[in-house]
Design a protein around this ligand. Structure first.
Ligand SMILES: Nc1ncnc2c1ncn2[C@@H]1O[C@H](COP(=O)(O)OP(=O)(O)OP(=O)(O)O)[C@@H](O)[C@H]1O
Length: 242
């Protein structure tokens, strides 16, 4: 794998003449945990969908794990957690996990192992045999995260993964994300509004109106803008409050 897991080169996107992503370039180094930070509507989800190959940019080039997007192989190599849960609510948690594990062509043995691992990670083991229709909002987010991890992907792209999740589990999920990065060399791109989460990223890219307002390590950004926290970095860099 190359030096960068993701390279965006001068990406542009308009919806109905409205510029949503202005020419934007960004590199996500392999093996790092990168946070995309920015106010509602600044283009985070649009950017992620372009990286996934779900939306085509009007201009520019996207390279992910040495493939030019879109590419079939990337469906196997990227674990994606969308902002809204895409779950089969009439199936149980286990059935959902097995369904996705089968899609990724995992063997029966691998499926059983990965389902157990992913369910345990998000503390859903006890509820696996209940139908998803009876899950709380937080449980559905946890199941979505487990699905994103099911095929043991090289790259994880998580759109606001901890919204609706209680602080204890949120902490555990972040510990696991950091373990996945450090011990299993995963690259992780995460969008967040939460400043405590931003603090745990290796690097941050702050977005406003489809452009990168500032980027760097959390420490670099705070030092550069002489700010106590990222709300202040954002304001001093010229953005609106998140
Ligand atoms: N399919 C679409 N058609 C038209 N406009 C769209 C479409 N998708 C997104 N937009 C617009 O593009 C802009 C960026 O939206 P996007 O969902 O990427 O923002 P975001 O930063 O992820 O916001 P949030 O943090 O609230 O999820 C918004 O103004 C949104 O209304």
């Amino acid at each position: 794998m190359g030096e960068n897991a993701i390279t965006l080169s001068a990406i542009e996107k308009r919806f109905h003449q409205k510029e949503v992503i202005a020419p934007l370039s960004l590199e996500v180094p392999t093996g790092q945990l990168i946070g995309l930070l920015g106010p509602s509507g600044c283009g985070k989800t649009t950017l992620i969908k372009m990286i996934m190959g779900m939306i085509k940019p009007d201009n520019g080039r996207i390279q992910v794990l040495d493939y030019v997007v879109p590419h079939k192989q990337l469906l196997l190599d990227i674990g994606y957690m969308a902002q809204s849960d895409a779950l089969y609510i009439d199936l149980t948690g286990a059935e959902n996990l097995h369904f996705f594990a089968k899609l990724y062509r995992l063997s029966k043995k691998e499926r059983v192992e990965r389902v157990a691992y992913a369910a345990n990670l998000v503390r859903l083991t006890e509820d696996l045999n209940n139908k998803v229709v009876n899950y709380s909002g937080g449980m559905k987010r946890r199941l979505s995260l487990a699905i994103a991890l099911i095929q043991n992907p090289k790259l994880l792209i998580l759109d606001e993964p901890t919204v609706g999740i209680d602080p204890v589990l949120k902490k555990e999920i972040w510990q696991e994300l950091i373990r996945l990065k450090e011990k299993e060399h995963k690259t992780i791109l995460v969008t967040t509004h939460a400043m405590d989460e931003a603090e745990r990223c290796d690097r941050l890219a702050m977005l406003r109106s489809g452009q990168i307002l500032a980027q760097g390590t959390p420490q670099e950004l705070k030092a550069h803008y002489q700010a106590q926290d990222f709300d202040e970095v954002f304001l001093k860099a010229g953005g609106a409050i998140v």
